[in-house]
Design a protein around this ligand. Structure first.
Ligand SMILES: Nc1ncnc2c1ncn2[C@@H]1O[C@H](COP(=O)(O)OP(=O)(O)OP(=O)(O)O)[C@@H](O)[C@H]1O
Ligand SMILES: [Mg+2]
Length: 352
């Protein structure tokens, strides 16, 4: 089921939280709404769900305008951060509850509950109560309850936030598997970029109630439209150098390193101040123009090691290297970046 947000506005009192947003979510797609706290992710989700009445624009499911119909009539499945299971009911009763409300027959409820319990791998747990389940198991029950009515749309608001790191990893791929198996259109609200990148077909990055970029994860990582987007994706994050481009050359001010940029960028920068973004995988020994700095922090991440290199002005570049690297804290290093890997942004933060 396609979802279309057409010029959608949401206010709380005089506060405009979402201002004329346009967003099309394709049928069968899983999309992430990614952004910092308070940018309006949940507000958008609740508006799609029908919990919030909107103040302007339209919401369409397929070709049907659902703007003024209730949440129940929209046929959506919702999973929140707090699993909100009924503690006194068994897993079976929890999952079957939405069907019971719809007055489906006991045999029909049982058949559907068994089917969905098998899909989310909790068949063996259906006679337990939520208190007797782990966090990941509870989340599976919440997912099953959201899916049992065969909703047209699945809405997920930070569904993994309450799980520990291992479970989060497991449930990431589980939710994606179930979404793909059912072919359901899904919206995932998250502030975790790894979650958005690993689970979704496309990501919409939000800032202050607006979508600033919407792309496939790889494309967004490689071609961010602004320094804000570049900073949001990637872990460890991208580092920035501030300086000026003159005659096609970016000069790093604290070391005087001259780094050529391509002609197009040079033309657009036109002698002005820029921010150059360098991702840790591209700041490497032997690459491009060497920038002199001192290793100030080392973190072994198992297969790879993360280095912080502090420049004379205190600015920090990050480098991710394989196990062959032997730099130590305090070492002076001269690592560089190929100019083709530099992301250059103008004063307004937009990509040049
Ligand atoms: N019911 C409400 N009444 C008044 N203001 C609200 C209400 N719900 C949200 N807001 C405000 O709207 C803005 C967006 O809130 P929203 O919950 O959508 O953010 P979010 O992106 O989901 O953030 P988080 O990552 O912290 O969950 C915030 O400034 C918030 O204070
Ligand atoms: Mg929220």
């Amino acid at each position: 089921m396609r979802i279309l947000l057409d010029n959608f506005t949401k206010k709380f009192g005089t506060l405009t939280v979402i201002d004329q947003m346009d967003l099309e979510i394709h049928s069968g797609e899983m999309i992430a709404l990614l952004g910092g706290s308070g940018c309006g992710k949940s507000t958008t989700l609740f508006s799609i769900c029908g919990i919030h009445k909107i103040n302007g624009g339209r919401i369409l499911f397929g070709d049907k305008d659902v703007t003024n119909i209730t949440s129940q009539e929209r046929n959506v499945g919702v999973v929140f951060q707090s699993f909100a299971l009924y503690p006194h009911m068994t897993v079976e009763q929890n999952i079957g509850f939405p069907l019971k409300l719809r007055k489906e027959s006991a045999s029909e409820v049982k058949r559907k509950v068994d089917e969905i319990a098998e899909m989310v791998h909790i068949e063996a747990l259906i006679h337990r109560r939520p208190g007797e389940l782990s966090g990941g198991q509870q989340q599976r029950v919440a997912l099953a309850r959201a899916l049992v009515r065969r909703p047209d749309v699945l809405l997920l608001d930070e569904p993994l936030a309450n799980l520990d790191a291992t479970l989060r990893l497991e449930m990431r791929s589980e939710i994606r598997r179930i979404q793909q198996e059912t072919g359901i259109t899904a919206v995932l609200v998250t502030h975790d970029q790894v979650e958005a990148m690993s689970m979704c077909d496309r990501i919409a990055i939000m800032d202050a109630g607006k979508i600033v970029q919407i792309s496939e994860p790889r494309e967004m990582y490689n071609n961010p439209v602004s320094d804000f987007v570049a900073g949001f994706l990637g872990s460890p994050p991208i580092a920035f150098l501030q300086g000026r481009i003159t005659d096609g050359i970016f000069v790093e001010p604290s070391t005087g390193t001259k780094m050529p940029v391509n002609a197009d960028i040079a033309k657009r920068a036109n002698g002005g101040e820029v921010r150059v973004g360098i991702r840790p995988e591209f700041f490497q020994p032997g690459a491009g123009a060497a920038i002199k700095g001192r290793v100030s922090f080392i973190e072994s991440q198992g297969r790879e090691t993360l280095y912080n290199v502090t420049l004379p002005d205190g600015n920090i570049l990050r480098s991710i290297q394989g196990s062959q690297s032997s730099a130590r804290i305090g070492d002076e290093v001269e690592w560089g970046v190929d100019s083709s890997q530099m992301l250059v942004f103008g004063r307004d933060g937009m990509r040049l």
